[in-house]
Design a protein around this ligand. Structure first.
Ligand SMILES: Nc1nc2c(ncn2[C@@H]2O[C@H](COP(=O)(O)OP(=O)(O)OP(=O)(O)O)[C@@H](O)[C@H]2O)c(=O)[nH]1
Ligand SMILES: [Mg+2]
Length: 330
């Protein structure tokens, strides 16, 4: 039995014993390691703590259990799109129409209480839509904002029947949690200079539902006359399906990504599964995405597509374009 265990060590050990999540256990073990008196008598115990830390780190993060389920949705596909909006605006109807997921759609407000992810196929990639509970002045659970922060893009979903009240409320509630939906990057508004530390800035698409309803066109015209809204906008109907293709295209653009395809020397390119990278990515970035070693050993690449003439030899700093086919040479 190792002697001289200190009070801070014992406190950390107690925290470990009562820890529930992997993160809590890891934090407590690391604290134990910091606090343990470092001498011969504790060597075995130190080794034991280190191996418990290593084992926990190797453990895949479990998806079971409500605790982790509702707080984090592992990103999949070409981008994670979080649906934010006031109650009853058509968020669940959109996810239900565009993905295989089936969140409940209801004609009363506040029907959604959980987050439901679903994959929306678009061209040869998929966008991960995340249906969320509404943002409203009644209670919103904090994990909803955590999921909003984790998104790559927000769909700001409002109904044509009452767009402005919903927008005002959503922006106000997000601002109270230090989240701001960025205006259109091509709209000429400054978006980088006034960023505040600690805030989350999320690009956004304004999605207006209900375009099948009587008077919807007139309502839209009236809205346009009232004030210009700072986000790129798509008008849709989850009843007629109007606007869904445009919504896919606008989402692809707003995510500011490109698709690139890879090929092996002497083989046909793999046109089934593109890599998706941020606009402005280079050959070196692609290599790094595939494998760190590949980036290290990269000698040059050949490109077929719009960023070069077919088969052109390029180096790691060459900027890629959507649709490029790349042959990496190590
Ligand atoms: N006519 C029409 N009705 C729609 C449209 N989109 C949604 N609705 C209806 O609006 C109601 C609310 O739709 P939901 O998808 O449940 O709305 P939500 O935003 O998920 O609502 P909460 O989960 O409460 O935030 C339902 O009755 C839908 O059928 C649309 O484009 N046109
Ligand atoms: Mg809903």
């Amino acid at each position: 039995m190792p002697a001289n265990l200190t009070a801070p060590y014992k406190a950390a050990e107690a925290a470990y014993k009562s820890a529930v999540t992997r993160e809590e256990k890891l934090a407590a073990l690391e604290e134990m390691l910091r606090q343990i008196p470092k001498h011969k008598g504790t060597e075995k115990l130190q080794g034991d703590i280190r191996s418990r830390i290593a084992k926990l780190k190797r453990e895949p993060i479990k998806k079971t259990g409500a605790r982790t389920m509702s707080h984090r949705i592992p990103a999949e596909g070409a981008g994670q799109v979080v649906l934010v909006g006031p109650p009853n605006s058509g968020k669940s109807a959109l996810v239900s129409m565009l993905t295989a997921a089936e969140p409940a759609v209801a004609d009363y407000p506040m029907s959604t209480r959980d987050a439901t992810p679903g994959m929306m196929p678009f061209r040869d990639v998929g966008f991960q839509l995340v249906d969320l509970p509404p943002l409203c002045d009644e209670h919103v659970e904090p994990w909803v904002y955590d999921l909003v922060r984790a998104g790559d893009l927000a769909w700001l979903v409002v109904s044509i029947q009452e767009p402005l009240e919903g927008l005002e409320m959503v922006e106000r509630l997000l601002a109270a949690k230090a989240i701001r939906l960025l205006p259109d990057p091509d709209g000429g508004e400054p978006d980088g200079s006034d960023r505040r530390p600690g805030w989350t800035y999320l690009p956004a698409l304004l999605v207006i539902t209900g375009m099948d309803l009587p008077g919807a066109r007139d309502d839209l015209e009236a809205l346009d006359e009232l004030m210009p809204l700072p986000w790129p906008r798509v008008t849709v109907s989850t009843v007629s399906g109007e606007g869904m293709v445009t919504l896919g295209e606008a989402t692809f653009e707003a995510l500011r990504i490109i698709r690139v395809y890879t090929k092996e020397p002497g083989h046909e390119p793999d046109l089934e599964r593109p890599f998706t990278l941020p606009i402005g990515s280079t050959v070196g970035d692609l290599a790094r995405t595939i494998h760190g070693d590949l980036a290290e050993g990269l000698k040059f690449a050949r490109v077929w597509g719009t960023s070069a003439f077919d088969g052109q030899k390029v180096h790691r700093d060459h900027t890629l374009a959507d649709g490029d086919v790349i042959e990496l040479r190590a």
